[in-house]
Design a protein. Structure first.
Length: 472
């Protein structure tokens, strides 16, 4: 089923959740100024899917149309359609749309549970398919939580048990888990949170090798929101002062599991090291491929802002600055091209079309460099004003407003308020969570480089050079 953004918001508002913002437990979370923009961004995923057939494919599993992000990719074309959807979402919202890790979780649990059952004769895949049917037919928004708090990183998980989500108890009806996941994008605003492993584990660490799903009825889950300067800005109000005032900053939270009971129907990997590795590596590759398309969309948003800023400043005829936009376009298309390449050169894994491992990981490395470079160009184009401008409140103040209006004006084709809106949007790009989110979201570049080092075929490259220089 395909629902509208409004349907999703109404459903979400009915959930009882324990959410903390800036030290306070909040009521009516769907209307909170810090949470509402993330909900708007997710709602936008629904509305866009209703407008574009490629984003709402037919699923054989439920015999109806479903959201592209809840779909199991069977071909490279399926995956490419998802990448296009994500690029467009990133460009139009200028923020995270939060459902991407959910999509990666679906496309990694599908093959991992299938392979697990083939190896052990268990019924995890059947349980997963039953749950996926529910997700698809109700058009749930899903997120993916991998990152454990880890504590002292020099210790193995078994020596820092509480810092990793682990099994506390198991009985005939399910398992009880404790621990916490950090940096969780939009978990508080989703219908389903997939909880996946943060890393591979060794023999003796089976209690951490878990994958399961939590739903709003589960008891003992606490969400603690991030609190950066942007969240303070959103609480301060104003109609456009926070820059990306509709869709907000990339909003994450810490999710604490305080002895949470999970029924067996929603446990998809249980204390199995091989399946744990399968889920983790499939997720990482899928997420890094999608991340490159997502970064292309973010850079597209920066390009739009840069182009408007040039016009608002009366600088749009200056070729040195226009060249910077050309460079940004090149970077965006390159990041997108890598994602498409990874999808096109992908492979089949237990019924799912997965991206090419090396190309997807290259997407992470190049995407991060590209995002940084694009941000730098945007900053050069915009001048210093995104971090020095007066506020919307000064512009509207009866005493100083007229003077702010006069001294912040530039190209008469743009009102001062319009110019200030563009400035605030660029401030958002330069100072929000985007830079660190781009670097670390989906795993830090270091993690992608480890994949590249391990998997690269150095021998064939060495042999090519040996042949070229007659070295035998
Ligand atoms: C905005 C944002 C959104 C995110 N959304 C999600 C989400 O939705 N779901 C989710 O699960 N996670 C999410 N993440 C988490 C992200 O995957 C992690 O930030 C990333 O994996 C790095 O983990 P860390 O931040 O805990 O780094 P740390 O563990 O604190 O490490 C710090 C640095 O050291 C490096 N490092 C650590 N150990 C080693 C080692 N042994 N060898 C080499 N380098 C090492 C790390 O790569 C990192 O660069 C998000 C992060 C951000 C910033």
């Amino acid at each position: 089923m395909i629902i509208t953004g409004n349907d999703y918001v109404e459903r979400l508002a009915g959930y009882k959740r324990e959410i903390y913002v800036k030290g306070e437990k909040i009521e009516n979370f769907a209307q909170h100024p810090n949470i509402r923009p993330a909900i708007n961004a997710i709602a936008f995923t629904y509305d866009l899917a209703t407008k574009n057939e490629a984003y709402s494919p037919f699923s054989d599993l439920v015999g109806q149309k479903v959201n592209r992000l809840n779909y199991v990719n069977k071909t490279s074309q399926d995956l490419i359609a998802r990448l296009d959807y994500q690029r467009e979402l990133s460009m139009r919202t200028g923020t995270c749309h939060y459902r991407c890790p959910g999509s990666d979780a679906i496309c990694s649990l599908y093959p991992a549970t299938k392979a697990l059952d083939e190896r052990l004769g268990t019924d995890y895949h059947e349980k997963f398919l039953a749950f996926l049917k529910e997700i698809q037919s109700k058009d749930y928004a899903c997120t993916g939580a991998l990152t454990d708090t880890k504590g002292d990183r020099s210790k193995r998980p078994k020596d820092a048990r509480d810092m990793y989500v682990h099994v506390v108890e198991k009985n005939d009806s399910g398992i009880v888990v404790s621990g916490a996941k950090i940096h969780q994008s939009g978990a508080f605003a989703a219908d389903v949170n997939f909880i996946l492993p943060t890393q591979t584990f060794k023999k003796g660490e089976e209690e951490f090798a878990l994958a399961f799903a939590v739903t709003p009825e589960d008891q003992g889950i606490k969400f603690v929101l991030q609190n950066t300067g942007y969240q303070a800005k959103f609480r301060e109000g104003g109609s456009f002062e926070p820059g990306n005032f509709k869709y907000g900053d990339r909003l994450t939270c810490t999710v604490i599991f305080d002895n949470v009971f999970i029924p067996w129907e929603r446990v998809f990997v249980f204390e199995d090291l091989e399946a744990n590795r399968h889920v983790l590596t499939s997720f990482a590759v899928s997420h890094r491929c999608a991340g490159a398309a997502c970064k292309a969309g973010f850079i597209d948003s920066m390009i739009g802002a840069a182009s408007l800023m040039l016009k608002a400043n009366g600088l749009d005829k200056v070729s040195a600055l226009r060249q910077k936009i050309g460079e940004m376009v090149g970077i965006s298309e390159a990041a997108y091209g890598i994602a498409i390449g990874a999808a096109t050169k992908g492979r089949e894994d237990s019924g799912v079309h997965q991206p090419n491992v090396l190309i997807a990981n290259a997407g992470k490395v190049i995407g991060v460099d590209g995002l940084n470079k694009a941000l730098m160009n945007l900053a050069e184009i915009a001048g210093g004003i995104p971090v020095t401008a007066p506020s919307e409140f000064d512009l509207k103040n009866p005493e100083i407003g007229a003077l702010v209006e006069k001294y912040l004006s530039a190209n008469p084709e743009f009102s001062t308020e319009e110019r200030l809106k563009i400035i605030k949007f660029i401030e958002f790009w330069a100072t929000s969570s985007h830079l660190l989110g781009g670097i670390h979201g989906g795993g830090s570049p270091a993690a992608a480089i480890i994949f590249l080092q391990i998997m690269a075929d150095l021998k064939s490259r060495e042999d090519a050079v040996r042949d070229a220089i007659d070295l035998h």
